[in-house]
Design a protein around this ligand. Structure first.
Ligand code: C2E
Ligand code: MG
Ligand code: MG
Ligand code: MG
Length: 277
């Protein structure tokens, strides 16, 4: 009897932790199956040239369509995928799927544009990442210049030396590299010089209020002018209004992306936005 009591007390004590762990465990198991069951899909969002208004790129964004939980945002499952290591097979799948899709579009006669793929730090640090990318490009027969890897600022400076070397190797192979969410991390501006990047993406938190928040507008202006001086192209994320687009255009921002131009949508719908070459 005493033993039973002891046990139930123990259970009470750990029940919170247990349910958390169970939730995680369930989610992890579902995620594992999600890949096999084709519950993961890619949406695509266009990137627009500010001067010509033409689509100059497309970003692949993952979605999880879970039969148990419905549509799950990457913000909710990518962190768990990173913790559990599942980001490696998921990330490889995303890369392959995005390259396949881009090759299909090019073969269908659309104007070739790079496809942007978000890369998690775990992937970059994974041994053989350069080989993974190279193999996928070979298998899908996509030219490296039509792939752009998006690395978030905070991760690009973690493990600096190693990351720079990997990015350099990829850059040499012709793959484009963009710094995502720029302004939210803490990389020094001097660092940018040493990173083999071609594009900077201004985080949407600065773009969001730039039409009525002077500070955000100033930050956006500063990033654009810095990028221009470094001869890097610059993309504003999260453009939702004409007013934002107008300011960005005036400030010589190279590209823009956001709901104002197009939401992330499935591949077939994206074709309406792509230009015939
Ligand atoms: P991100 O790479 O910065 O992607 C841009 C996010 O902003 C996307 O959110 C997109 O839907 C959203 N967005 C685009 N335009 C607008 C706008 O005008 N207004 C607002 N409010 N939001 C806009 P999403 O698709 O939920 O993705 C969130 C983040 O999840 C991404 O941020 C990226 O860091 C990560 N992610 C998405 N797909 C992948 C993937 O395949 N692999 C990895 N490792 N991370 C991914
Ligand atoms: Mg991105
Ligand atoms: Mg990102
Ligand atoms: Mg971003």
């Amino acid at each position: 009897k005493a033993k039973e009591n002891g046990k139930s007390q123990m259970e009470m004590y750990t029940s919170d932790v247990d349910s958390q762990t169970t939730k995680r465990f369930l989610l992890e198991n579902r995620m594992r199956k999600a890949l096999d069951n084709k519950e993961l899909i890619l949406n695509y969002q266009t990137i627009v040239d500010m001067k010509t208004n033409e689509v100059t790129g497309v970003e692949a964004l993952i979605r999880w369509n879970s039969p148990e939980q419905g549509l799950i945002s990457p913000l909710d499952f990518i962190p768990i995928a990173e913790e559990t290591g599942l980001i490696i097979p998921i990330g490889t799948w995303v890369l392959k799927e995005a390259c396949l899709q881009n090759k299909k579009w090019i073969d269908k006669g659309f104007k070739p544009v790079p496809i942007s793929v978000n890369i998690s730090p775990k992937q970059l640090e994974q041994e053989g990442f350069v080989q993974t990318v190279t193999t996928i490009l070979e298998e899908t027969d996509l030219s490296p210049s039509f792939l752009c890897l998006e690395i978030t600022e905070s991760m690009a400076i973690k493990n600096v030396k190693n990351s720079i070397n990997i990015l350099r190797e990829l850059g040499k192979s012709g793959v484009q590299i963009a710094i995502d969410d720029f302004g939210t991390g803490y990389s020094s501006l001097a660092m940018l010089k040493h990173l083999p990047i071609t594009n900077i993406k201004i985080d949407k938190s600065f773009v969001r209020d730039m039409d009525d928040d002077m500070d955000n507008a100033a930050i956006v202006r500063a990033i654009i002018s810095m990028a221009n001086s470094l001869e890097l192209t610059v993309t504003a994320e999260g453009v939702e209004k004409a007013a934002q687009r107008d300011i960005l255009k005036e400030e010589n921002c190279t590209y823009a992306q956001g709901f104002y131009f197009s939401r992330p949508i499935v591949a077939e719908k994206t074709e309406h936005y792509l230009l015939r070459s």
